[in-house]
Design a binder for this molecule. Sequence first.
Ligand SMILES: Nc1nc2c(ncn2[C@@H]2O[C@H](COP(=O)(O)OP(=O)(O)O)[C@@H](O)[C@H]2O)c(=O)[nH]1
Ligand SMILES: [Mg+2]
Length: 206
Amino acid sequence: MIIEKKRYLKVILLGDAKVGKTSLIKHFINRENSDFSPTIVPDFVNKEVNANGKLVNLRIWDTSGQERYQSLSFGFYRNTDICILVYDITLNRSFENLSYWIEDFKTQMGISNPSEFPFVLVGNKGDKHNGRTVPMDIVKNWCKANGNIPFFEASIRDKSSIDAIFEKAAEIAIQKIGIKNIRHSAIKLNKSKDKETSFKENSCNC
Ligand SMILES: Nc1nc2c(ncn2[C@@H]2O[C@H](COP(=O)(O)OP(=O)(O)O)[C@@H](O)[C@H]2O)c(=O)[nH]1
Ligand SMILES: [Mg+2]
C-alpha cells in the first residue's frame, strides 16, 4: 500500500465552548482583529512553525462553535495529526469535560493507544490565575495518566505560551508520525523567520 506523504500537519483544538480556542488560534496567526468568525463550515488557517530548527506546515482547524452541542463531525476530526485540548483554568467543568473530548476523539479517529498520539493540553486564561479552580497537581496527574501529555498554561491577554504550544505540538507530532511520512515541502530546515502561508475560509477534503 502506498501511503501519501503529508503536505501539512492537521491540528485541531478541542474543548468546551468559551474556553478560548478561537482566541488562541487568532492570536497565534496574529489575526486577532481579523474576520475569523464562526461559520457553518469549520474554517482552517495555515501557518509555518519552527520546531527544533525545522519549519513545519500546520493547518489549524477551528470548530465553528459546534462543540456547544457536543457534536463535532467526523469530517472535523478526520486525518488529524495533532490534537490540542483546551480548558479554562477558572472552570472545573471545562477540565472535567476533557475526558469526554478525548474519548470522542479516540472513538472517531479509531485510536487504540492514545499515548502514541500527539496531544497537548492547554490551561487557558492564565491571566485569571487568582480565580484558578483547577489545581495544578490534578492537572499534572491527568497529563501523566494520559501518556505524559505536555502541558502549557496560556493567556491571550498577556500572550503567554501561545507560540510555544504550537511549536511543541509540531515537535511531538514529528517524533510520533515519523519524519519519513511527511513531505519535504511540509517540513524543511529553518532558514528564515516563521511566516504565515495562507488563510482560507472554506473547508477542504483533508
Ligand atoms: N481573560 C481571558 N479571556 C480569554 C482568554 N482567551 C479567550 N478569552 C475570552 O473568552 C471568551 C471565549 O473565547 P473564544 O475564543 O470564543 O472561545 P471558544 O468558544 O473556545 O472558541 C471570549 O470572550 C474571549 O475574549 C484569555 O486567555 N484570558
Ligand atoms: Mg470558537
